[in-house]
Design a protein around this ligand. Structure first.
Ligand code: ACO
Length: 428
């Protein structure tokens, strides 16, 4: 195997494993035969050293702060592209031609309505239900309504399910919001863009015409692009794992939504803005930095740190610029932005954050923009789920199309009691 192999010694025996190279990024040691040959497992909680799949979708160089979707940098996509183009790129493999773009947006637009009986689901939730709780339930329930797109072995059905999920997510999220504030939900308007339609369904009311602000539409579209995919993060891995058993796509995406909800993942945008409000004034920043550094205090700077980025998250830079654009368009100036800027500066000059390579991530600034646009914090993670659906369905399709795909089934290091005899209750 020459240089393209890794030698591994165990109990006096040497074993050789092939080393695989991707188009970018570190090599990987193919240890698939390791258990069969050595009888030993590898131990990697949190999967910090484990590649779970091959993928052509997204590449991250965490050290350099690079994020590419099928080779295109996130900065160029955020600046020049649209969310629908990025969706096409991720799902179909290439940026669309003008005709493909028109076909694709037309297809997505025609799938935005929900089955009317699904609307009844919302009434079953308490009025104060978290939108993510509603999203988990309603997206999972799609499988009960769209039986004609749940055969995962049929590529055409897989594509229809993917289009449905991407198209219906804005409607589902907007309806969750409308339900929480007691307003009637809005039907989609096919004349509007994907993002303009979502803004109208969220902020419009049937009694008045809603005029989409093009600056806000552009900013929101860019936020969707920034969240579209991020290789094998926790929720995407959840979608892949759920899908590996052959579960239907709607159930898999509902599983992804559940995972995304956690504050260490998509829930961080909500937590970050709550934290900035709690800090309230730049004078209090040192107190919070001290708490974040204190090993005995569970507090962490929300929106800071990342498993993969050990440099500035490129999405956070675009977000920071977008805050300025949105503030100018809406003529607002939220003091929380000053707190965020100063917190960032202080943290980036503090040895604790420098040594641990902790930088702002995508969630640090997104909440400030979303709040300025008018979204309550409880909707932030739902918006993330809406955008990430594109990545989830693209990754799910990639996995199902892979002929080598097998059910995901990690092993464990068992540390419980050894085998012992059952003792009847009276003798214990
Ligand atoms: N504030 C203070 N200290 C931190 C922070 C933080 N935000 N993040 C990490 N650290 C410290 C840890 O205490 C740890 O210190 P130690 O080595 O002395 O024990 C070290 O940095 C490494 O942290 P881990 O938790 O081991 O890193 P991991 O890769 O497992 O976690 C995570 C990454 C979950 C993102 C973490 O940085 C975090 O909790 N950040 C805050 C939540 C957040 O913003 N999440 C959004 C992530 S992006 C996304 O999902 C879209």
């Amino acid at each position: 195997m020459g240089n393209n192999s890794a030698t591994f010694g165990l109990n006096g025996e040497n074993y050789e494993y092939p080393v695989m190279s991707g188009s970018e990024g570190p090599d990987v040691i193919d240890i698939r035969k390791l258990y069969g040959q050595t009888g030993a497992f590898t131990y990697d909680p949190g999967f910090t050293s484990t590649a779970s799949c091959e993928s052509e979708l997204t590449f991250i160089d965490g050290g350099e702060g690079i994020l590419l979707h099928r080779g295109y940098s996130i900065e160029q996509l955020a600046e020049q592209s649209s969310f629908m183009e990025v969706a096409h790129l991720l799902l179909r493999g290439e940026l669309p031609t003008a005709d493909e773009y028109s076909d694709f947006t037309n297809t997505i637009t025609r799938h935005t309505m929900l089955h009317d009986q699904l609307r009844g689901f919302y009434q079953g939730f308490r009025r104060d239900a978290h939108p993510m709780a509603i999203m988990c339930g309603v997206v999972g329930a799609l499988s009960a309504f769209y039986h004609d797109s749940t055969d995962i072995n049929d590529p055409a059905q897989r594509m229809i399910a993917s289009h449905r999920l991407i198209a219906k997510m804005p409607t589902i999220a907007a309806m969750a919001y409308k339900y929480s504030i007691g307003q009637p939900s809005m039907y989609p308007d096919n004349e509007l863009s994907y993002t303009g339609n979502f803004l109208r369904m969220t902020f419009g009311v049937p009694a008045e015409e809603y005029v989409v602000n093009p600056v806000i539409e552009k900013a929101m579209d860019r936020i969707f692009i920034l969240h579209a995919d991020h290789e094998q993060n926790a929720s995407t891995s959840t979608v892949r794992l759920a899908g590996s058993s052959g579960a239907n796509p709607f159930a898999c995406i509902a599983a992804g939504i559940a995972c995304l909800w956690g504050p260490a993942h998509g829930g961080a945008n909500e937590a970050a803005l709550n934290m900035l409000h709690e800090i309230g004034h730049p004078d209090r920043i040192p107190e919070y930095i001290a708490r974040a550094k204190d090993k005995d205090d569970p507090f962490r700077l929300m929106g800071f740190g990342h498993r993969v980025y050990k440099n500035y998250d490129p999405r956070a830079s675009v977000m920071q610029e977008t805050v300025k654009e949105v503030f100018a368009a809406l003529n607002v100036n939220d003091p929380v932005f000053d707190v965020a800027l100063q917190l960032e500066e202080m943290a980036l000059n503090d040895p604790y954050f420098i040594d641990k390579k902790l930088f702002p991530n995508v969630d640090f600034y997104s909440g400030i923009i979303l709040s300025a646009i008018g979204f309550p914090t409880s909707m932030f993670t739902a918006l993330f789920a809406l955008a990430r659906t594109v990545g989830w369905v693209a990754q799910w399709n990639e996995m199902i199309s892979d002929p080598g795909q097998r059910i995901g089934r990690p092993r464990q290091l068992y540390t419980g009691p050894k085998q012992r005899d059952y003792v009847p209750v009276g003798d214990r």
